[in-house]
Ligand binder design. Structure first.
Ligand SMILES: [Zn+2]
Length: 372
């Protein structure tokens, strides 16, 4: 039987038969519609178990179509040698380390082609900006991913806020990553980003290593985390410089953000995690964290349907996932895309939750209908 494979990604690490269930096969006859990148058929290990791929590294055959005879007894010979740098175009796990675990990653269809963001760059520490190979491999400009098309602004509503600071913290025990993407609420345009990896203050080195291995090791970015993470208090100092630079805040007691608000997917980030981290870091909750927009509440009230998280919003709106889910900077970009889409559809983004400055444990929720 002859079938045309458009894209075949075969992760080959040691014994490929174990990993082949993760191979993704796109069948040309079931070409996805423009804008989607879905694994149309997950090739089962049954199909590939008898293949004889036992190479080291990864094999990527892309983008030209080629014909392969597919049968359960077929021996697949890979003639094309493709470098791991080619794999890194679609798979951030190969970006920074030799992790053998494939992250949950999808490729966004876009021009120019998608590539993983350089995480040294996002933290102001990339030293390879003059190296063409590095620039070829990694993205150093977030704006193309969040570009707004001219016809998307037709339904824009008047907004009370000028800027939206999309924030999606990572870290269950202590905060490990603090990523912010700034969107102009009135034009939907991407403006800037702030991204820092955060070093826990109360954990032993061993515990930190285990924790980071378990979380970022899976995504292949544990090395860049170790190279760049700084304590939460230092992150906040730098973040304050950033919001002052953008004229969103003045360093005065009790000052909230000016013309801007955080946008989070749920209340957890600012209701729960930031106060917990402030306690651990022995600081007061900074005044700019006192109110926020829970995107899920806006989503519920605007579309009149529930979305329990970022992925369900993206699914419902038909927005393809970019990058690695649970890498904070990638999730933040994905949430920013949801924000842009909701603005384009005519949603008004306004504060949904406010902490009482006199009684910090008390948060008032401003929408009657909300996700609980
Ligand atoms: Zn770089």
């Amino acid at each position: 039987m002859k079938r045309t494979i458009e894209l075949l990604i075969v992760p080959v690490v040691g014994n490929c038969a174990v990993r082949t269930s993760e191979a993704i096969c796109l069948d040309r006859r079931r070409r996805p519609t423009m804008g989607s990148f879905r694994p149309l058929c997950r090739c089962s290990s049954r199909v590939f178990a008898s293949t004889s791929i036992h190479a080291i590294g990864a094999v990527l055959l892309f983008p030209r179509s080629f014909s392969l005879p597919l049968s359960p007894t077929r021996k697949l010979t890979v003639a094309a040698a493709v470098s791991t740098s080619a794999l890194s175009m679609i798979n951030p796990s190969s970006s920074y380390s030799q992790s053998s675990t494939e992250p949950e990653t999808m490729m966004a269809p876009s021009t120019p082609r998608w590539k993983p963001t350089c995480l040294y760059y996002t933290q102001g520490q990339c030293t390879m900006m003059n190296e063409p190979m590095h620039l070829e491999k990694f993205n150093h400009d977030l704006s193309p991913e969040l570009q707004v098309k001219a016809n998307e602004v037709n339904n824009l509503q008047s907004q009370q806020l000028d800027y939206l600071l999309v924030l999606d913290l990572e870290g269950k025990v202590e905060i490990l990553e603090f990523p912010v993407v700034m969107i102009d609420a009135k034009t939907m345009n991407y403006v800037d980003f702030f991204h820092r990896f955060v070093r826990p203050v109360e954990m032993s080195e061993n515990r930190i290593n285990e924790y980071i291995e378990g979380k970022y090791g899976k995504l292949g970015v544990n090395r860049v985390w170790h190279d760049t993470a700084i304590p939460f208090t230092n992150v906040l100092e730098q973040f304050e410089d950033w919001i002052i630079h953008h004229r969103l805040w003045k360093k005065e007691a009790g000052r909230s953000l000016c013309r801007a608000a955080f946008v989070t997917c749920g209340n957890w980030d600012l209701k729960t995690k930031v106060p917990e981290q402030c306690k651990v870091s022995h600081i007061k909750i900074p005044p700019y964290f006192m109110e926020w927009i829970n995107l899920k509440d806006i989503y519920l009230n605007f579309y009149r349907r529930k979305a329990m998280g970022m992925r369900s919003m993206m699914n419902q709106l038909g927005i393809p996932l970019m990058g690695s889910h649970h890498l904070g900077i990638d999730d933040t970009k994905n949430i920013a895309k949801v924000v842009q889409r909701m603005l384009a559809d005519g949603a008004v983004l306004q504060i949904t939750a406010r902490r009482n400055p006199k009684s910090l444990d008390h948060v008032e929720f401003l929408f009657k209908d909300r996700i609980r």
